[in-house]
Design a protein around this ligand. Structure first.
Ligand code: 13P
Length: 241
C-alpha cells in the first residue's frame, strides 16, 4: 500500500519541522510506503529531516518546463534536484481554482517521468456529474486526455478523488470506491498493457474509515486533512497493518 499525506497550503516552517521529526518516529508496517507532500517552501527542510527514514517526500504540483521565464512556477528539474519522489498532477483544487486542464496534466506527467519523479494523476467527478450519471465519462475523459499514447513506466499511480468527498467529511462508500477504482484500472490498463497501475483513493479518509476503505482494487490513500495530525495519520497507517 501507498499512503500519501497532502498537506495542501498548511503549516509554517516550525510546524513542518516539528511534524516531520515526530513522523520519523512512527512505526510503519513493512509493506506500506509512506510519503508526505508539503508546500514547495518546506520541501527541502522536510526532506532533510526525513532523509534515511522510510518516509518519502513529494510536491503538490509543478510546471512542465525545465527552466525559464515562468514567474512563480517550480519545475520537475528543480523537484528532482531536491530529491522528490512524488508529484501530484491534476488535483481537483488545481483544476477548479487554477484552471489546470487535461492538456496541462499530460505535459506535467511527461516532464515528471523524464526526470524520474512519480506523477500521481488525480481524477474525479463533482457531485452534480455523479448525480447526472456522468462519473464514468468524466473519469475516462480525464484519463484518456492525460495518458493516451504516452510512454509510461512499468508502474504508474492514479488517485481517485471524488470532488464531493474532498474536505467535506463525506467519504465515498466502499462500494462506490470499488466501482470507480475498477473503472479507472480497466481504462488505464486498456491504454497501457505493460504498466502496473496503483490506484489510490482520496476524499475525507480518516482514522475511523480507513480500515473499511482497504478493499479490493484500492492500493492506498491520498489523505488531506487527517494527514496534518501525526496521531491521526499514524492511525491511518496502522489500519493498513
Ligand atoms: P481530505 O482528506 O481533506 O478530504 O483531502 C483529500 C485530498 O484532496 C487529498 O489530495
Amino acid at each position: 500500500m501507498v499512503i500519501l499525506g497532502n498537506w495542501k497550503m498548511n503549516m509554517v516552517v516550525s510546524n513542518a519541522i516539528a511534524f516531520s521529526k515526530r513522523l520519523r518516529e512512527i512505526d510503519i508496517p513493512e509493506d506500506v510506503e509512506i510519503g508526505v507532500l508539503p508546500s514547495y517552501v518546506y520541501l527541502s527542510e522536510v526532506a532533510n529531516i526525513l532523509e534515511g527514514s522510510r518516509i518519502s517526500v513529494g510536491a503538490q504540483d509543478c510546471y512542465y518546463e525545465d527552466q525559464g521565464a515562468f514567474t512563480g512556477e517550480v519545475s520537475p528539474l528543480q523537484l528532482k534536484d531536491l530529491g522528490m519522489k512524488w508529484c501530484l498532477v491534476g488535483h481537483s483544487e488545481r483544476r477548479q481554482m487554477f484552471y489546470e486542464t487535461d492538456e496541462d496534466t499530460r505535459r506535467k506527467v511527461v516532464s515528471l517521468m523524464r526526470h524520474g519523479i512519480n506523477p500521481v494523476l488525480c481524477v474525479g467527478e463533482t457531485l452534480a456529474q455523479r448525480e447526472a450519471g456522468r462519473m464514468f465519462g468524466i473519469i475516462s475523459s480525464q484519463l484518456f486526455r492525460s495518458l493516451e499514447r504516452l510512454k509510461l513506466n512499468d508502474e504508474f499511480t492514479i488517485a481517485y478523488e471524488p470532488i464531493w468527498a474532498i474536505g467535506t467529511g463525506i467519504t465515498a462508500k466502499p462500494k462506490q470506491v470499488e466501482e470507480a477504482t475498477s473503472v479507472i484500472r480497466q481504462i488505464a490498463e486498456r491504454m497501457h498493457r505493460n504498466t502496473r497501475f496503483n490506484v489510490l483513493y482520496g476524499g475525507s479518509v480518516n482514522e475511523d474509515n480507513a480500515k473499511n476503505l482497504i478493499i479490493n482494487g484500492v492500493d492506498g490513500f491520498l489523505v488531506g486533512g487527517a494527514s496534518l495530525s501525526v496521531i491521526r495519520f499514524s492511525k491511518i497507517i496502522d489500519s493498513a497493518r
